[in-house]
Design a protein around this ligand. Structure first.
Ligand SMILES: Cc1cc2nc3c(=O)[nH]c(=O)nc-3n(C[C@H](O)[C@H](O)[C@H](O)COP(=O)(O)OP(=O)(O)OC[C@H]3O[C@@H](n4cnc5c(N)ncnc54)[C@H](O)[C@@H]3O)c2cc1C
Length: 563
């Protein structure tokens, strides 16, 4: 155990949750090593397309057919284009086994998927934390909204989240920068929906964009969002939240951070003699050489399914079935968000109105099903999003060339409306991940086998969304309302969660209410793997709040000599 390889804390992964762990642990004085399997990505310097024009790109921002065929999974992700492909994992380089169809979208680099997320951030409400216990699925959450609320505030202030103070119980307000605005048609639809239903709320989306940077954002070199909506390329203004623009620089500023890219974590080391976790085993991405790093406390933030993989691969005499896995449930109760339902419609009128810029958020409606009690023939519910926009610039290609052609093609077309759902799915033992007994990747790590599927509950939720969404749009005055089931596989939502869930009882959960392993007190898992249920909200702001809360607890426990 050399001095050079020994730290106070190790964080595995540098994405959204790992960046927060690094910042908090470093700021609290711990010498912290961040191990990241991907290459280094430095803010701005390594965003090669951040100000490119379409004509600067060899294929005008399209992925060539041969690449698409070679990488069918990532190619299904809407954000995977020529300008962003360098931030996505290619299927051909990182295989996994789909026992059932599952689109696993990953970003392996310093910053992880924080560079390519869509930045929508909504708090959970008290009803989401009470759901499993009340309705009798999964296990009861060991925490409640009040436990996490101050941590939501803490992370929101640093992140910079735009939103309105809507005062809605099912989607609590946070610490907001000025909100984006709905356009005229979105407002009209909102007003008509609110006039027709007592149980629904409509609000502008909350998202991690600096609409009015505060002193502490500016000091970090982060600036105003320009509504370019080219965020997936990396933002030259640092105007949306990413690890690269925000948490990692904050961690580095303390002088306590060591970050080691190209370090593929193979497993966590449990010392059978010392009866505790002592460090982490790493395979170098390039050379494949193996090394070990040691620390008093480990934060596992490799993203939900990779954290499952690392724990399953961390075997010892004490834990032959994976670290902390006395109960045998490691890898089980994986869940995700059901994104299958889409509705499109047209809207007549408002032809003299347009809107400014490329707003990076949509209108949203918090879940209104089974909120306070079980009332439908399905468990839980869904959040609804909609947008209205004008299409058809350049739509009149039927006209002969000339002045008429030019004039007709320089006006926007009619308004169209798009609505989509984000449905909660129920964590089940039969939705699980495991390790392949015989197939390994290029680093000698067993391939992950994914066994996750929809169920009857998801079908019922989808049906309800189609009925309710169509009815709402119809009452709002929309025409040509069409529903469509994308039939997309689980995973493409990119909100996979669970497998290492929190709970009160070590018999039925891996982590306690502080994200601390019941069986290994110096290991904390604070990415999506820890989630007991999925809620209907975009999950990352909850991972951030849980991480900051767990880091605070871990440091206090460390100082008290309890771990
Ligand atoms: C297109 C897109 C849109 C999205 N939109 C939203 C949204 O609007 N709102 C929202 O809340 N969420 C959204 N998400 C999801 C969001 O990106 C994730 O929830 C979030 O990034 C998860 O954070 P994380 O820290 O768990 O994982 P990541 O950010 O993926 O970071 C994990 C890191 O761990 C590293 N790693 C993995 N395995 C190892 C290993 N063995 N050794 C060392 N390092 C390892 C990875 O390389 C990566 O850098 C979106 C994602 C995508 C791709």
């Amino acid at each position: 155990m050399s001095q050079a390889n020994t730290f106070d804390a190790i964080v595995i992964g540098s994405g959204i949750s790992g960046g927060w762990a690094a910042k908090e642990l470093c700021e609290k004085g711990l010498k912290t090593l961040v191990l990241e399997r991907g290459r280094n990505v430095e803010h701005k310097k390594d965003y090669p397309t951040m100000v490119s024009n379409p004509w600067d790109m060899p294929h005008r921002n399209q992925i060539p057919l041969a690449d698409r065929l070679e990488n069918p999974v990532v190619n299904r992700c809407y954000a995977f284009k020529e300008d962003t492909e360098h931030f996505f994992v290619k299927d051909s380089e990182h295989p996994y086994l789909q026992e059932k169809p599952f689109d696993w979208v990953r970003g392996y680099q310093v910053g992880g998927k924080s560079l390519i997320w869509a930045r929508q951030t909504q708090r959970w409400s008290k009803y989401d934390f009470e759901g499993p216990g009340r309705d009798g699925f999964a296990v009861d959450w060991p925490i409640r909204y009040d436990d996490i609320a101050p941590w939501y505030s803490y992370v929101e202030r640093f992140v910079g989240v735009s939103g309105n103070y809507d005062g809605v119980e099912t989607l609590p307000d946070g610490e907001f920068l000025p909100a984006w605005e709905m356009n005229c048609v979105e407002k009209e639809i909102r007003d008509r929906i609110l006039a027709s239903y007592q149980d629904r709320h409509v609000m502008i989306g909350r998202c991690a964009h600096l609409t009015q940077p505060q002193e502490h954002h500016l000091k970090m070199g982060r600036g105003q969002c320009m509504a370019r909506n080219q965020c997936y390329r990396g933002c030259p203004f640092g105007a949306y939240f990413s690890s690269n623009a925000a948490t990692l620089p904050a961690a580095a500023a303390t002088g306590n951070l060591t970050i080691r890219p190209d370090s593929v974590v193979h497993s966590i080391i449990y010392d059978d003699k010392e009866e505790k976790v002592t460090g982490v085993r790493v395979v170098d991405r390039e050379t494949k050489s193996v090394s070990e790093y040691f620390a008093k406390v480990i934060f596992l933030n490799a993203s939900a399914l990779n954290s499952n993989l690392i724990l399953l691969n961390s075997t010892s005499n004490r834990f032959p079935n994976g670290l902390g896995n006395d109960s045998g449930i490691l890898g089980k109760y994986v869940a995700f968000h059901n994104y299958r339902g889409n509705i499109s419609a047209s809207f007549e009128g408002w032809e003299d109105k347009y809107y400014f810029g490329r707003r990076p958020t949509a209108v949203m409606m918090p879940n209104f099903r089974n909120v306070k009690k079980q009332e439908m023939d399905f468990l839980r519910g869904y959040m609804t999003f909609y947008t209205a926009g004008r299409g058809g610039w350049g739509g009149r290609r039927d006209l002969p060339f000339g002045a008429d052609f030019k004039e007709q093609n320089s006006v926007p077309g009619p308004w169209h409306v798009f609505m989509m759902m984000q449905g909660e799915t129920i964590p089940k033992e039969s939705n699980f991940v495991s390790l392949s007994p015989n197939e390994k990747d290029a680093w000698g790590i067993p391939l992950l086998q994914v066994n996750v599927d929809y169920d009857d509950n998801d079908e019922k939720i989808l049906k309800d969304f189609f009925e309710q969404g169509s009815e709402m749009l119809s009452k709002a005055g929309c025409k040509d309302i069409r529903t469509s089931d994308s039939k997309q596989a689980p995973g493409l939502d990119i909100h996979e969660m669970g497998g290492v869930r929190m709970g009160r009882d070590p018999e039925s959960s891996l982590l306690n209410g502080w994200n601390q392993m019941h069986a290994c007190k110096n290991v904390f898992v604070t990415d999506g793997a820890c989630m007991t249920s999925t809620g209907t909200q975009n999950p990352s702001i909850t991972y951030m709040a849980l991480t900051a809360r767990a880091a605070d607890y871990a440091v206090k426990q460390l100082k008290a000599g309890n771990i």
